[in-house]
Design a protein around this ligand. Structure first.
Ligand SMILES: *Cc1c(COP(=O)(O)O)cnc(C)c1O
Length: 385
């Protein structure tokens, strides 16, 4: 029999929950109508979508009309930045984003810069946190958007988003937060974060890939990103992804029900893993904020070793982790997040991310640790083990 594989890369994506699959299946069969159609086929699909919208809105403390479905976190982030930029051009041309944002935000900002907008990149401290006072100082008369993520996907650091959102609101500036890593993992509403725009994605919370949402607070001005039909209150054209949306809502509902217990359980497992790494390996530097961080997220750097080699060594033993962020795993450049936190040179190439999730057990954590110690021992020169 094949040895059980161990998945410790939940920040990259999560397996679909069987209950989510069960909720989606009718939408691949009987409930196939176009939700925009007036006949009974369409209405049945439309009702499934609206029930899903109501559930997700309730979880975010939002009104159903404040939820727009998208094709995922990337589209939500693009929509937030480009939508606000093009929708508020007469008000100003300045956007503020943190240096550690996901590429979906950073590359949207870079695109807008080429289009003539001005971008301020906010620095972070050594733990990856933005100082809200830096946000205040960066604001100008022309600032139309501030975008700072809720939690970083690479190093797990939580940002002081409520404080940043409060500053934005005081100045009448729109505040967007990418909550893809936290929605369904931490308890919050859009109001808790003082956010006008919130991005979320289903596949990071045991839902299907290719579906996400953008919370758009009532009164927030956004230019449409996709042009075509009149779906989603004319804010986003295209026939709705009915199975995806139904699955997203089911996944979010399950995540919310499990949340308090999972938070506690994952924190204990993460601390166990972290302790093991510190006790059994030399030349380790933990990255990210020690307390203000995602519950199941461990990120560290090893001196004098290539993370790639460790990842492949672990993969040979059926254990999956990540080097830095999944998005940059094939590029040889140092990650923008690790550069932003000023990771010392000797650690830059030896960074590993282990992210735990719903299926993770204590036995898996211990097995992964033992394998890690063995692989590092094999790869490192004798003197620095
Ligand atoms: C995964 C991720 C995204 C992208 O979401 P997709 O649904 O994969 O497009 C955006 N932001 C963060 C923080 C993420 O972790």
């Amino acid at each position: 029999m094949e040895k059980e594989r161990i998945y410790l890369d939940y920040a990259a994506t999560t397996p679909l929950d069987p209950q989510v699959l069960a909720a989606m299946l009718p939408c691949f069969g009987r409930v196939f109508g176009n939700p925009a159609s007036l006949h009974a086929f369409g209405q049945e699909a439309g009702m499934a979508v609206e029930a899903a919208r109501n559930k997700l809105a309730a979880l975010l403390g939002a009104a159903p009309a404040e939820i727009v479905f998208t094709s995922g976190g990337t589209e939500s982030d693009n929509f937030a930045l480009k939508g606000v930029a093009y929708g508020n051009r007469e008000k100003g041309d300045h956007l503020i984003v943190s240096a550690v944002e996901h590429h979906a935000v950073l590359e949207s900002a870079r695109f807008l810069e080429k289009e003539g907008f001005r971008i301020t990149l906010l620095p972070v401290d050594g733990t990856g946190r933005v100082d809200p006072e830096d946000v205040r100082r960066a604001i100008t008369e022309k600032t139309i958007l501030i975008s700072v993520m809720h939690a970083n996907n690479e190093i797990g650091t939580l940002q002081p988003v409520a404080a940043i959102g409060a500053i934005a609101r005081e100045r009448g500036i729109c505040f967007h937060t990418d909550a893809v890593q936290t929605f369904g993992h931490l308890p919050f509403t859009a109001a808790d974060l003082n956010a006008d725009l919130v991005s979320a994605s289903a596949h990071k919370l045991y839902g299907p890939k290719g579906v996400g949402l953008l919370y758009i607070r009532k009164g927030t001005r956004l230019a449409p990103f996709l042009h075509g039909g009149e779906q989603e209150g004319r804010r986003r054209a295209s026939t709705l992804n009915v199975p995806g949306i139904v699955g997203f809502a089911k996944a979010a509902e399950l995540a919310a029900a499990e949340l308090p217990g999972e938070l506690e359980r994952l924190t204990v497992l993460r601390d166990r893993f972290q302790r093991g790494v510190l006790e059994r390996l030399a030349g380790v530097r933990l990255n990210g904020h020690p307390a203000e961080r995602l519950p199941g997220h461990i990120h560290f750097s090893l001196s004098g070793i290539e993370a790639e080699g460790v990842l492949l060594g672990l993969d040979m033993q059926g254990i999956a982790c990540a080097t830095g962020s999944a998005c940059s795993s094939t590029s040889m450049e140092a990650s923008h997040v690790l550069s932003a936190i000023g990771l010392p040179r000797e650690f830059l190439r030896g960074s590993l991310r282990f992210t735990l999730g719903r299926q993770t057990t204590e036995e898996e954590v211990d097995a992964a640790l033992a394998a890690l110690v063995q692989v590092v021992g094999r790869l490192r020169p004798r003197a620095s083990r």
